[in-house]
Design a protein around this ligand. Sequence first.
Ligand SMILES: Cc1cc2nc3c(=O)[nH]c(=O)nc-3n(C[C@H](O)[C@H](O)[C@H](O)COP(=O)(O)OP(=O)(O)OC[C@H]3O[C@@H](n4cnc5c(N)ncnc54)[C@H](O)[C@@H]3O)c2cc1C
Length: 406
Amino acid sequence: MTDEEPGKLEALRQEVRAWLKENLPEGWGSPGYVAPERGSKEAHDLGKAWQKKVYDAGYTGFGIPTEYGGIERSRAEVAVIRDEMQRTGTPPPAGSLGPMIVIPTLLRYGNEEQKKRFIPKILSAEESWCECFSEPDAGSDLANIQKTGVRDGDEWVVNGQSVWTSGSKFADWGVVPVKTDPNAPRHRNLSYFVFDCTSPGFEVRPLKQMTGDAEFSETFFDNVRIPHANMIGEEGQGWYVAMATLEAERGGGIQFVAPSRRIEPTTLGGVDIYVELAKNTKRRGKTVWDDPIFRQRIAQFAIENEAMRHSRERMRVKAIKRQLTGNEQSIGSIFSREKNQRQANMVAEIMGANIQFMRGDPRALDDGSWTYTFLRTRGNTIETGTTEVLRGIIAERMLGLPRSRQ
Ligand SMILES: Cc1cc2nc3c(=O)[nH]c(=O)nc-3n(C[C@H](O)[C@H](O)[C@H](O)COP(=O)(O)OP(=O)(O)OC[C@H]3O[C@@H](n4cnc5c(N)ncnc54)[C@H](O)[C@@H]3O)c2cc1C
């Protein structure tokens, strides 16, 4: 199918629309629908089951070679599918880390056997993943990783600790860079592994965040045995493999993330929810919408969201053509993460004291979802590398400015 066949594209649109009607969870989108608690096993399982259905129907897995389970579609077809999914709004997929970071890493550094073993099950969501990178003393300074791996026959025995390991509560597999040569210089002393999270000695201790969720955990490796066959790339090449993972993460897995959730706003500027909130919130007898300052702020977000949407689309096309660098993706990443926080701050100003009521409190507006978003966005400028560190990357690697001294 080519971009020049609008009749076929329209038929695809109708097909996807009918498929969604048939396959969305019962009651989905209706006012009475009660979604499983965010972060719960039920929510995870729902996301997994949904992602599998989407994959089986041929509506995700684009841009990935078919020999690894990818699905071939033209850009126009992908756009139609994405559009219909976003228009309807669908369950969030379980564990986005697999498609976002593991697939790009495997495509770049994995061997044939590894790519064939792992990629199809990521696409079908049969296996979900976690990323054991950050340690108590290795966050921004990732090269300071202290986990050790000692070779024992066909296996490596791994010891150490990670922290902030998102999604590890329900993950089947993980990625982990490990110091395998304590005598080699920084950047050449690490090797990169995929490991089975059910391995004896791997322990997950959930950490509760201020949102009330335990989205991430501390994870411990106590003599965890990882087969040598699970090493991605060469021994000692782990730093470079880890950088490929981080590049993919900072770009939000732009080329591979399934179009099964609202990635972009569907209405112009995507600010309708703020308009509605401002119209429904009263202060001293007037609605917040009557205040021209708030109206201007909302309009400004509409402009920024549209700019982001076009910029993302441009990056997506560049990514498909393999012309996108991780450094370039840092620009959009900083902007959108800081924008999320600014939007949440504006909502808090609109809501006033009501923003303090959390989920479960009968006084909370929309069952505390605004409050949840306000609190969750605080982590946006930290996760996937802090915005300070990303600014350093732009300064050094794109603008050629001198390296900062610490
Ligand atoms: C919601 C969330 C989810 C996460 N999920 C995961 C996950 O799944 N897996 C995982 O491995 N990690 C995860 N992380 C961890 C995250 O990657 C780290 O928190 C982040 O890289 C910062 O590391 P750190 O916390 O050790 O802070 P530090 O590195 O100690 O930084 C402390 C402060 O110093 C600043 N700083 C440090 N170095 C520089 C520099 N060179 N230039 C300028 N400023 C600097 C930082 O910007 C920061 O403000 C997650 C974090 C959050 C918040």
